[in-house]
Design a protein around this ligand. Sequence first.
Ligand SMILES: CC(C)(COP(=O)(O)OP(=O)(O)OC[C@H]1O[C@@H](n2cnc3c(N)ncnc32)[C@H](O)[C@@H]1OP(=O)(O)O)[C@@H](O)C(=O)NCCC(=O)NCCS
Length: 87
Amino acid sequence: MVGLEQRYRRKPEGPTDERYSSQIIDDLIEEARNANDPAVAPVLTLFVDPANAAAIKLYRRSGFSLYEHSYFDKISGIVYQGMLLTL
Ligand SMILES: CC(C)(COP(=O)(O)OP(=O)(O)OC[C@H]1O[C@@H](n2cnc3c(N)ncnc32)[C@H](O)[C@@H]1OP(=O)(O)O)[C@@H](O)C(=O)NCCC(=O)NCCS
């Protein structure tokens, strides 16, 4: 789960790929790349609420795309959408 305090959202002003949100995601991707075992499929996946437009835009900006995999959360009743990034 990635989350920013309200005061850091949509900040700083300027290019979107320099937002704090992107800096965090891109750092995590870099960490995964560095830790990647070549014997293992080099992909990162996540699940996101399809109603969470901000999160989907953020993940797309960092290179994730939607893929045909979902996860049903019985408690919330939400069908989370899978997203995937090839490292
Ligand atoms: C998801 C989250 C980390 C994104 O960070 P952010 O600083 O709000 O978003 P960004 O500045 O990176 O922008 C994301 C995009 O969505 C847009 N956006 C932001 N809030 C939005 C909203 N409520 N509705 C629609 N679009 C929104 C932004 O304008 C931006 O679009 P752009 O790239 O065209 O400028 C942040 O909103 C957050 O902490 N949310 C609560 C926790 C959460 O939902 N985490 C994700 C769980 S999977």
